[in-house]
Design a protein around this ligand. Sequence first.
Ligand code: COA
Length: 637
Amino acid sequence: MWGICSRTLVGMAKTCGLGRPRHLVKPVSATRVAGRYLTHQRGLPALPVPPLQQTCERYITALEPILETDELTRTKELVQDFQKPGGVGERLQKGLERRAGRTENWLSQWWVQVAYLDYRMPVVVHSSPGLVLPRMNFSDKQGQIRFAAKLIAGVLDFKTMIDNETLPVEFLGGKPLCMNQYYEVFSSCRVPGLKRDSVVNHAKSSQPPKHITVVRNFQFFELNVYNRDGTPLSPDQLCLQLERICRAAQETSAEPVGLLTTLHRDVWARAYLNLVKDETNKDSVLTIQRSIFTLCLDGPGPQGSEESYHSRAAVQMLHGGGSRWNSGNRWFDKTLQFIVGEDGTCGANYEHAPAEGPPIVALIDHVVEFTKSESGPSESGPSESLPPPHKLNFKVSPETQEDLQEAERSMDRLVQDLDMKVKVFQHFGKNVPKTFKMSPDAFIQMALQLAYYRKYGRCCATYESASLRMFRLGRTDTIRSASNASASFVKAFDDPSKQNSEKVDLMQKAVNAHRWYTNMAISGQAIDRHLLGLKMEAMEEKLSVPALFTDPAHSKALHFHLSTSQVPSKTDCVMCFGPVVPDGFGVCYNPMEDHINFAVSSFNSCSHTDASQLAQALEEALLDMRRVLEHTPRSKL
Ligand code: COA
C-alpha cells in the first residue's frame, strides 16, 4: 500500500549549493524558525478533483488488459450510465468538488480511514512495512547496546530538525512537497477501536513527551532521553541507560504483552478494553503510546544459511519471527519501532496510518549517517546522576492471559504463512535503463509485468504507489502498471517470430506508457482515488452505491495480484511488506545506481504463489530485457 526522499534531498542540496545534503548537517545549532512549517504548507496547492469524463475513459482503458471481452462490455455500459448527463456520476462529482472547497484535502481523511483505520486485519504483515538495514558490524550484546545508543542519538538529532522547523523541504520535479508526514511520526501511536482504530499524536500536546520506550526480553521500559537542560542524552549516557535496562530485564521475566498488538483489530480492540481496565496497565500503555518511539533490543532470531540472511532479516523486521522469537518484543501499534538485534541485524517496523515509506527512509538515512560519525553529541552530563529507566508493569488477568494465548496462536500461523524472499539483483541498477534513456522505475515495473506473464500466462491488476505529496496533506494514488502497452510487450517478448527491434519498440512504448501514467498520478489525475472519492461521496450522501462499484469487474480491478512500491534510499536497505490479497505478491524495491534490492512476499497457504520463484523470474526478466536492448543497434533505439 504504498520516493522521493533521498533523490530530492540531494536535488535540494544541489540547489542550496552545498556539497552534501543539508539534512545531514548537524541541525542542533540551527535556530528555531517558528511558523516555517505552516507557511510552507499553506503555499502548497490543493489536491484537484479530476474531471469525471476523464476518469471514466481512463478507467475503461486501465481495465482492458485485465478483463475478458464480455466483462469489459458490461463495465462499459455501467460507466456510460454512471457518467450520463444529469446522472449519479455528475451529482457525486459536484459533491466531491464542494468537499474539495471546504477541506484542506478532499481525500486524505477518507484515505486514512479506508486504507488503514477501518482495515481490520492485523497490522503485522498486512499493513505495517518492515525495513532492513545493511548488517551492522557487531555480533554481541555490547555492540548491540553501543549501536542502539548511537541510533537513538541519531533519531533525536533528526527530531531536532522537526522540533525547530528546520527540516529541509523536499522537491520532486522542481516542485516542493508536503512535509506533514514528518510531523506525524514521532510520539504517535495507533489505538485499537471496536469498529475503527484511531491514531493519537502526543507531539502536539502542551507537554510533548521526553521519553522513548525500550523493549528487552518482552519487558517495556520508559527511558527519558533528554537532560534537564533540554539537550538530548549523549550516546555515552544512552549506553549506560541501555545497560541498566538489559540488566533489569535479565533479572525478571514477563508475559509478552506486546503480542496482543499482533491480533486481528476487532479482537485486539476487545482485549485492549480488558487490559486497560487495570490502572497499572493503563498507565503502562499510555506511556508506550506517548513515547517518542520504541526501541526493540532483540534476543536471537532463527538461524540459517548466510545466503538466506537478508530474507531472515526482513521477516525479523516485518513480524519478529513468531512468539518463540521476537514478535513479543514489539508494540506493533507504535508508529516508529527501531529494531536492533544481537548479531548486527537492524532495521525498523512502522505503523502505516500516519506516513508512507519515503519519510521513514529519509529519517533512517540520516540515522545511519549519524551512527557512522564518531562525533555524536559529546557534551554529556555525568551519566551516574541519571535516574534509572522506569520499568512499565503489566498485571495479566485470566482474560488477558487468554487473549495472549490467542495472539500467540494467530501470530505463529501468520509467521508460518508468510513467504519472504529478499533478492539483491547485482547485475545492474538504475544505470542501465538510464543508458537506454528509459525511466528506471518504469523499466523495473515492466520487468515485473514480464515475470508475472511468464509464470501465469496473463496480465494482472498491478498497484504501484505514486506520491501525491505535491499537494497539501497528499498521500498516494495508484499507478496501474498493467497497461495495453505492457500487455503487448509481454505477449511479444518470448514470441520467436518477433524480431529484437520489434520487442525493443514494444518495450519502449510500455516504459513510456508507464512513465506517462506516473506523471498523471503524481499530478493528481489518476483514477483510483477519484473513484474511491465518488463512492465515499455516495455513502456520505446516503445514496445507494452506484452499480459501477458493485460490478465484479471493479472487484477484479482492485484485486491486486501484484502490490508494488519503490522506496529509494541512500542507505543500501530495503523495505518489505506482505501481499494485499491471499493469492498475490508484495514487491518492494530500492533501485540503487548499480544494483537493485527487492523484497518479494507471498503466502504459503496459496499453492500457486511462491516468492522465490517470482524473484527468480524477475531477475531473468531484467537480464533478458537488457540483453535485447544490447543486441539492438543503437540506430534502432
Ligand atoms: N532517461 C534517463 N534517465 C531517466 C529517465 C530517462 N528517460 N527517466 C528517469 N530518469 C532518471 C531520473 O532523472 C532519476 O535520476 P536520479 O537517479 O539522478 O534521481 C532516476 O532516473 C529515477 O527516475 P524514475 O525511475 O523514473 O523514478 P522516480 O524517481 O521518478 O520515481 C515513483 C517514480 C513513482 C516511484 C515516484 O514518483 C513516487 O511517486 N514515489 C512514491 C512512492 C511511495 O510513496 N512509496 C511508498 C510506499 S509506502
